[in-house]
Structures are given as structure tokens and as C-alpha cells.
Design a binder for this molecule. Structure first.
Ligand SMILES: Nc1ncnc2c1ncn2[C@@H]1O[C@H](COP(=O)(O)OP(=O)(O)OP(=O)(O)O)[C@@H](O)[C@H]1O
Ligand SMILES: [Mg+2]
Length: 311
């Protein structure tokens, strides 16, 4: 039977304006070359990628009862994610990110709306009876859940459900070190980027990570962009794996796809260096396509990529 993964996440719509000149000027109307409306959010990209890899994925989230909210759930369904646990809240507006994007740079404006509003009351009763794995993305954006994750992951552990989370960047620059450290005791895979982990642990280099992690913790997987990734296990054994040599087109969602690769590989019994390679492949493949959740690889395509790039 397929393993069931519950993603407890934030959702938003990305409105992407593209062209050579997308810089707004006050009191002027400018015309741009391209426009796209896409499903945004780290959690949604990880969910879509896991569904593409063949897992039974349920998204638990909240959006406004508005066209953007319905767009999010339609896109999730299109990507093979079960959206029955996404709540439409009439009192909220769905969050929106406006992205002004050229070939080299992008500027983002985000209206948070329902993004930080996932709350315990939206979690399905069947969560602990059904899930094989629970993951959440964007620790810092999911403000209402910050105090709750520890209890949820502790309960998951009692039910033999594995757990993981990604932090994303902290827009408030607070980094919440103490709560995150406490949560690691119940987190099977903590999956921050290197830059985020440096901020959280208040360190400057990869060699300082181990000394600053709590004793009571499990696996930490650190994403390092074009440098690859590092896995630090419970016994502080370190596995470093280089990134695949490819020419990236758009790095949006590489980290979220890496998360999916790590979770999918783990649930399929892949371990240690092979697990890192599988996750690196998912991250690298995400950089070869434009956008995050719109087209994700199948398990066979990841294996094919690994075969072609390792031989
Ligand atoms: N330029 C690249 N070349 C090869 N692999 C890459 C590249 N960028 C990312 N990857 C792969 O994807 C993984 C995750 O990417 P990255 O470290 O950029 O995550 P991130 O910082 O969380 O990004 P984001 O949150 O923007 O998706 C890396 O560990 C690496 O394996
Ligand atoms: Mg990231």
C-alpha cells in the first residue's frame, strides 16, 4: 500500500510578471512581456513533488473562500495531492505573492492573508491514525502553529509516525532558536538551508554546526545550493555530498523538492549517502524547470537522472 504523507502547510498564489524591465515607477503605467499565475508556497511544492514521486499526499491548510483559494486547491489536485483537508475560511483572504522577475533577479511583495493562519482546529481527527509521515514547511510563516509543533510531533512519535520540517527564511529576523532546538527532539529530519541554519544556531561555518546542535535530536539535512548537501545523523556522523553538475534554469523550489526527495527516499528505505544523492537529484531536477510545483518528476525520472549523472 502507498505510504500516506500529511503536509501541514501554508498556501498562497504567485502572480509572476516577467520581462526585461519589470521595475515599477510611481505614476506611470508600464507594459511587461509575460504573466503567470501559479501555486506558490514551500509546503505546496514539497507536497506536489511527493505526489509526483508516487506517494499518497494529503494537504492540511487554510485559504480564503475566494477565487485564489479555490485556485490553490485546484492546482494541488491537478498535481495529484488530496486537498480535502484544506479549509476555506470566509473570514480570511488567500495570501498572494507578487513576483517581478527578470532573467537575473526578482523582487517579491507578499500579502500574508491566510498564510500564517493554519491552526490546530483545522487539523483532521484522523491525522495520527492515518499518517505514515508528517511534514511542514515555512516554520516562520506559520505563526499560529509555532507553539504547537512540539506537541504534534511528540504525539506523532508515539504513533510511530516519522516527522520532518523546513524553516524557510525568517522575514522578522528573529530565528526562534530555543523553540526550534526543542522541536528537534521529535523531528526525524530537520531540513533547513545552510544560510537559515547559520542564522538559527548563530554560527558562521558548517564546521560549527555539530557543536551547536542539541544532544537530543535526530537527523539534520542541510541544503547548500550548488554546493550540494550534508547529512548529520544522531551520532554526529557527517555525510557530505556534492551537487550534480547541471545548468540551472530557475532555482525556485529546489529546496522544497529536495525535502520531497529526502522524505520519499527515507520512506522507501533508502539510507545515508544514497538518500542524500536521491534528494540532491530532486533538488537539481527542480532547477532545470521553470516554476516550482507545476511540473514535477516521477520516481522513474529521478532514477533515470541519477543513472545518467552518476555514470
Ligand atoms: N545550482 C545548482 N546545481 C545543482 N544542484 C542544485 C543547485 N541549486 C540547488 N541544487 C540542489 O537542490 C538542493 C536544494 O537547493 P537549495 O540549497 O538552493 O535550497 P533552498 O536554499 O532551500 O532553496 P529554496 O528554498 O529557494 O528552494 C541543493 O542541496 C542541491 O542538491
Ligand atoms: Mg528553502
Amino acid at each position: 500500500m502507498k505510504k500516506k504523507i500529511f503536509i501541514l502547510g501554508e498556501l498562497n498564489v504567485d502572480l509572476i510578471f516577467t520581462g526585461n524591465d519589470v521595475t515599477p515607477e510611481w505614476n506611470k503605467e508600464k507594459l511587461v512581456d509575460g504573466f503567470e499565475q501559479a501555486l506558490g508556497s514551500s509546503s505546496a511544492i514539497t507536497a506536489s513533488c511527493l505526489a509526483g514521486l508516487g506517494f499518497d499526499v494529503y494537504f492540511v491548510g487554510v485559504v480564503g473562500d475566494d477565487p485564489f483559494g479555490h485556485f490553490c486547491t485546484e492546482q494541488l489536485k491537478k498535481n495529484g495531492v488530496n486537498a480535502k483537508y484544506v479549509t476555506f475560511d470566509r473570514n480570511l483572504k488567500t495570501g498572494v505573492t507578487l513576483s517581478l522577475s527578470t532573467n537575473v533577479d526578482r523582487a517579491l511583495l507578499t500579502y500574508m492573508g491566510a498564510i500564517p493562519k493554519l491552526h490546530e482546529r483545522y487539523l483532521p481527527e484522523s491525522l495520527f491514525a492515518e499518517a505514515d509521515h508528517i511534514h511542514f514547511g515555512s516554520y516562520f510563516l506559520q505563526e499560529e502553529m509555532k507553539e504547537k509543533w512540539k506537541e504534534i510531533f511528540e504525539k506523532a512519535q508515539k504513533h510511530s509516525i516519522s516527522t520532518s520540517f523546513d524553516t524557510g527564511w525568517d522575514p522578522n529576523n528573529q530565528w526562534d532558536r530555543d523553540n526550534i532546538i526543542k522541536l528537534l527532539e521529535f523531528t526525524d529530519f530537520f531540513i533547513p538551508s545552510e544560510k537559515e541554519l547559520f542564522q538559527i544556531l548563530q554560527i558562521n561555518g558548517i564546521e560549527d554546526i555539530i557543536g551547536n546542535l542539541p544532544d537530543k535530536r535526530r537527523v539534520v539535512a542541510v541544503k547548500r545550493g550548488a554546493e550540494g548537501s550534508v547529512l548529520i545523523d544522531q551520532d554526529s556522523d557527517v555525510i557530505k555530498e556534492k551537487a550534480f553538475e547541471i545548468l540551472p534554469v530557475d532555482t525556485t523550489g529546489a529546496g522544497d523538492s529536495f525535502n520531497a526527495g529526502l522524505i520519499a527516499g527515507y520512506l522507501s528505505g533508502i539510507k545515508e549517502r544514497e538518500l542524500l544523492k536521491f534528494a540532491n537529484a530532486c533538488g537539481a531536477m527542480a532547477t532545470l524547470r521553470i516554476g516550482g510545483a507545476s511540473s514535477v518528476p516521477t520516481w522513474e525520472q529521478v532514477e533515470e537522472f541519477l543513472h545518467n549523472h552518476l555514470s
